[in-house]
Design a protein around this ligand. Structure first.
Ligand SMILES: [Mg+2]
Length: 216
């Protein structure tokens, strides 16, 4: 099987994942901005795997406006992650250099902030390599649209103009979003995913991005 396009997740695929403590600090700063001392449960609601319902319940408990709080949390996340990239703590994986050689249209669909993705593309001089790319805007609406919702994968495929595409990610939600959008998937089992059990079946499972050159 060969494909006419490849769409990538970013974190854990093209660039290394962000240090957990850095994100935790950014989340804490969002609470501090609104003079709230968060409990561990409050923090867990906003650190990752965020849902609009969980966010709304947490904000209601503290009398916070959900949209305002989320905007602050997400822009904090982007600020600290751009700093991590700039200071060399969120490098590209060596094998991700393959995107400079793949001779089909490429896209990115990330659940990171769109501002973070744009910064990464500029910092690593990758903007020319990608025909389309989506991160999330700092809105509740885009929390609803993040993977496993196929919304942004479908938009990327429409931009590229093909349905014969492969989606490459390192999370179960990537595989789910790909299949919901009707395309094949790669689960990339890098070191940080060595022990993960998937409840979905990806089309392929690779340990590096090297095999992609034979699939286009
Ligand atoms: Mg990822």
């Amino acid at each position: 099987m060969t494909y006419d396009a490849i769409v990538f997740d970013n974190d854990g695929v093209l660039t290394e994942i962000t240090d957990w403590e850095v994100l935790r600090g950014a989340a804490r700063d969002a609470f501090s901005h609104f003079d709230v001392d968060p409990s561990d449960e409050d923090l867990s609601r906003v650190l990752s795997s965020v849902t609009p319902e969980g966010l709304e319940a947490m904000c209601a408990r503290h009398g916070l406006d959900t949209a305002d709080f989320w905007y602050r949390r997400d822009t904090n996340y982007s600020t600290v992650q751009r700093r991590e990239v700039r200071e060399g703590r969120k490098p590209m994986y060596d094998d991700a250099e393959v995107v400079r050689d793949l001779d089909v249209p490429l896209g990115i669909v990330s659940s990171n902030q769109h501002a973070t993705i744009e910064y990464i593309l500029d910092h690593y001089d990758l903007r020319e390599q990608f025909e389309t790319y989506y991160g999330r805007r700092p809105t509740i609406e885009d929390v609803r649209r993040k993977k496993p919702n196929p919304h942004f994968v479908e938009r990327a495929l429409a931009d590229i103009g093909t349905e014969n595409a492969l989606f490459v990610g390192d999370s179960e939600t990537d595989v789910e979003a790909a299949h919901a959008a009707g395309v094949d998937s790669v689960f990339l089992r890098r070191e940080h995913r060595a022990d993960d059990d998937l409840s979905v079946d990806p089309t392929y499972e690779f340990e590096t991005l090297d095999p992609l050159t034979d699939l286009v």
